[in-house]
Design a binder for this molecule. Structure first.
Ligand SMILES: [Zn+2]
Ligand SMILES: [Zn+2]
Length: 50
């Protein structure tokens, strides 16, 4: 089960995957958070980004 890194909701098919620019961990963000450019924080290294 994948969870959006920003809003912590479970995501199904409408999400984007990307890697943390700092530690390369795979992060998932839902379509809504991506659209609204919600900030995220990497759980591994605490890197924050738009
Ligand atoms: Zn979200
Ligand atoms: Zn990271």
């Amino acid at each position: 089960m994948k969870k959006c890194i920003s809003c912590k909701k479970e995501v199904t098919d409408d999400y984007v995957k990307f890697n943390c620019p700092n530690c390369k961990k795979e992060l998932v963000r839902c379509h809504n958070c991506r659209k609204n450019v919600i900030k995220y924080k990497c759980p591994e290294c605490e890197f924050t980004g738009p």
